[in-house]
Design a protein around this ligand. Structure first.
Ligand code: ADP
Ligand code: MG
Length: 397
């Protein structure tokens, strides 16, 4: 789960990490009051969406201005005007895709006098199973180019969980960034607190870009992106409360409500499968036969009629879906029960695209008979590759 920049900065503030003062604005008419509560002389007006690259982004509507989702204002009036222009508009950045994201919240913060912009991130490194710290002197809005063109300018190391954070980790970052004197001590404190925050809140990603040296020599974090491990959210009610449902895929939200593991993808074949491993194998074999999966969907071990129906609704609500493949192994759940569930779902939701059903396991013959005799336009399949070939053929001809 991701959160907005202003929410991330709230957490950073709680952990004693230096960020600017700011106000969040949800309605254009509140922008002037919010900006007026801050001293100036520089206000930064920042579109809040769950995507980076806002500074270099552009709005779909020309009346939102041409300068992107992060703008510097020299007066309260100008700040309020920028906020008004951005609210409700669609911001397109390198991370949103062409469709962009609607801006429903604005963060107005104190402008800083920046001397240098660095990059700093904490991530889970799956190779070492440790938290890694990534830093670079080349921070700011082109970090993707740095990673691509001059990867040697990026310093990465991981922290042994047995010792946890030690001051030398922080010094390593500080020296890599070329910090001097008191800045080194300040940097060690910041990295220590970021590590603590990361661990205590079960984050899987924390990215600070830019991490700045200001003209007065002090350090400040001017942008923050945070991701949290959704499997640990049950023990972080405070983080869960920060969830902005308007930022989530509505299909994924519906799936969460019914305890379905669903991830939307870009292909044309909707998949309904039980078990994550079987779901992965099903996606692989669809690709093998020349098509692309529209989603990952694991209905879980207890695939009840209700769950199957909800899964169908979610799959068919995706306009990209040109065919559906149901691939269920009836172990604990019997195949005849699953077949009835699938048919009930088809009757309730309706079916406008070809549907292939492959069942295996307990009472499989009975299940197949139920499908064959249903009178519905459902194609029965004998095994996984047969099922994949049939659905690809039905979709691609
Ligand atoms: P994004 O990464 O989505 O483009 P950022 O928050 O990093 O958005 O802002 C883009 C750039 O705007 C930063 O690299 C920085 O140069 C500038 N900026 C952001 N916040 C401030 C601020 N409070 N004061 C001065 N400049 C800022
Ligand atoms: Mg940034």
């Amino acid at each position: 789960m991701n959160i907005h920049e202003y929410q991330a900065k709230g957490l950073l503030r709680d952990y004693g990490v230096p960020v600017s003062a700011g106000r969040v604005v949800l309605r254009a008419e509140d922008a002037k009051t919010a900006a007026g509560e801050m001293d100036g002389p520089l206000w930064v007006v920042k579109a809040q969406i769950h995507a980076g690259g806002r500074g270099k982004g552009h709005f779909k509507e020309p009346e939102a201005g041409e300068k992107g989702g992060v703008r510097l204002a020299r007066s309260v009036e100008e700040a309020a005007e920028f906020a008004r222009q951005m609210l409700g508009r669609t911001l397109v950045t390198i991370q949103t895709g062409e469709q962009g994201k609607q801006v429903n919240r604005i963060y107005i913060e104190d402008g800083s006098d920046i001397d240098r912009e660095f990059y700093l991130a904490l991530l889970i490194d799956r190779v070492t199973s440790r938290i890694s710290i990534v830093s670079s002197t080349e921070g700011g809005m082109s970090i993707e180019d740095v990673a691509h063109d001059t990867p040697e300018k990026i310093l990465t190391f991981s922290i042994d969980p047995a010792t946890g954070f030690q001051d030398f980790h922080g010094r390593r970052v500080a020296f890599g960034l070329g910090l001097q004197g008191n800045q080194i001590k300040q940097c060690v404190g910041i990295v220590r607190n970021l590590y603590k925050l990361f661990v205590e809140k079960d984050m899987d990603m924390l990215e600070i870009n830019p991490f700045c040296v200001l003209k007065d020599g002090s350090l400040k974090l001017l942008d923050a992106k945070m991701g949290f491990d959704s499997n640990a959210l049950y023990r972080h009610a405070d983080i869960l409360a920060l969830k902005d449902e308007t930022e989530e895929d509505p299909k994924e939200l519906a799936a969460q409500k019914f305890d379905l593991n669903y991830v939307a993808l870009d292909g044309e074949i909707g998949c309904m499968v039980n078990g994550a491993g079987l779901a992965m194998a099903t996606m692989d074999i669809i690709k093998l036969y020349g098509a692309e999966p529209a989603n990952f969907l694991d209905v879980g071990g207890g695939a009840t009629k209700e769950k199957v129906t909800e899964a169908f609704k979610i799959i068919t609500s995706d306009p990209n879906v040109k065919g559906i493949l149901v691939n269920i192994f009836g172990g604990i759940m019997r195949c005849d029960i699953i077949a009835e569930g699938v048919l009930a779902a088809v009757k309730e939701v309706g079916l406008k695209v070809p549907l292939v059903v492959r069942l295996e396991g307990t009472n499989v013959e009975l299940g197949k008979d139920i499908i064959r005799n249903s009178g519905l336009n459902v194609i029965a399949a004998d095994n996984l590759s047969d099922a994949a070939q049939k659905i690809v053929k039905a979709v691609k001809g």
